[in-house]
Design a protein around this ligand. Structure first.
Ligand code: ADP
Ligand code: MG
Length: 300
């Protein structure tokens, strides 16, 4: 890699390079991420928008160290997440990350207040400190009148704002939000997005929000679009795509890769120290060279 990765890692909270994820179900492979490169700045509120199935949730799971990529790197404060074992991944999540999902963020039997104090108590915070922070967070989210209500007694938008408080309980440095407005009407959705914006502004927490809804995405200070596991408009470096070689040695080059690499009907194969280089046969000059080589070969 020619870039100064150390410098980029220093200047950003999160650096993602050539991130790739292949799911295997029996014989079948699904390539969910095909090589993403992007950064999340310190204190940035980033939205990732893309249609259903484009790889958004997969990406968020990698960012939160809930799952491991097949290839590529994620640096958090310059440290590689992909090298963490399961225990360290768990410790990383506990210390640094808050999650908000579309549903199921809250314990149904507990009041809003208890839901917010729970993660702090589990992390060993003294009761008084946990109570004080829960009150502050719920106040910030405009929920001071709702603290004694249980999730079933709260509206969808209120539930999600409590969920944001829960995610923030242990002072995470990064909040990951996956379709958090997916079940809300558009007015309520905008209120919840405003709530995330407040968190980002007031606490300086980094936020990565994924959604299929472009209007929701606009609340962030920057929007990245993904489609079929690739960032739109990004020139992918083409490391790490996996393809199959059949019994006759024929290799399938996926359409996306062909388009990105400008490959038409014919390619040039070159064996290098690092592997086989496949490049498009583009110039006539090269075509002539090849015909000469082919001629020599048939004469020999
Ligand atoms: N655990 C899994 N096993 C197999 N395939 C999966 C798994 N999770 C996601 N996928 C597939 O990966 C692709 C991306 O999924 P996902 O990240 O959930 O997309 P999005 O959140 O953008 O809707 C889809 O084709 C999906 O079917
Ligand atoms: Mg999803």
């Amino acid at each position: 890699m020619s870039e100064d990765l150390e410098k980029v890692a220093h200047e950003n909270k999160v650096v993602v390079r050539d991130l790739m994820k292949v799911y295997r179900r029996g014989q079948k492979e699904v390539i969910a991420l095909r090589g993403l490169d992007f950064e999340v700045g310190h204190g940035e509120f980033l939205s990732i928008v893309g249609p259903s199935g484009s790889g958004k949730s997969t990406l968020l799971k990698m960012l939160g160290a809930l799952d491991k990529p097949t290839a590529g790197a994620i640096l958090f404060d310059g440290n590689s997440l992909t090298l963490l074992d399961d225990r360290r991944s768990m410790l990383f999540r506990r210390a640094k990350v808050g999650f908000v999902w579309q549903t199921g963020n809250l314990v149904p039997g507990l009041t809003a207040f208890k839901n917010v104090t729970l993660p702090m108590r589990l992390a060993g915070a003294p009761k008084a400190a946990a109570n004080e922070r829960a009150k502050m967070l719920l106040d910030t989210m405009g929920l001071s009148e709702r603290v004694t209500h249980k999730p079933s007694q709260l509206s969808g938008g209120e539930n999600q704002r409590v969920a944001i408080c829960v995610a923030l309980a242990n002072k995470p440095e990064l909040v990951l939000a996956d379709e958090v407005t997916g079940e809300l009407d558009s007015e309520t959705a905008m209120m919840v997005m405003e709530a995330l914006k407040t968190i980002n502004k007031d606490f300086g927490t980094c936020i990565v929000n994924v959604t299929h809804n472009p209007r929701v995405a606009e609340y962030a200070s920057r929007v990245i679009r993904i489609r079929d596991g690739l960032i739109e408009g990004q020139r992918h470096t083409l490391y790490g795509d996996i393809t199959e070689i059949d019994a006759k040695g024929r290799m399938v080059i996926p359409d996306t890769v062909r388009k990105l690499a400008g490959i038409g009907k014919r390619v040039v194969l070159k064996v290098t120290n690092e592997g086989i280089l496949v490049t498009p046969l583009e110039s006539e000059e090269m075509e002539n060279d090849l015909q000469e080589v082919a001629g020599e070969a048939s004469e020999a």
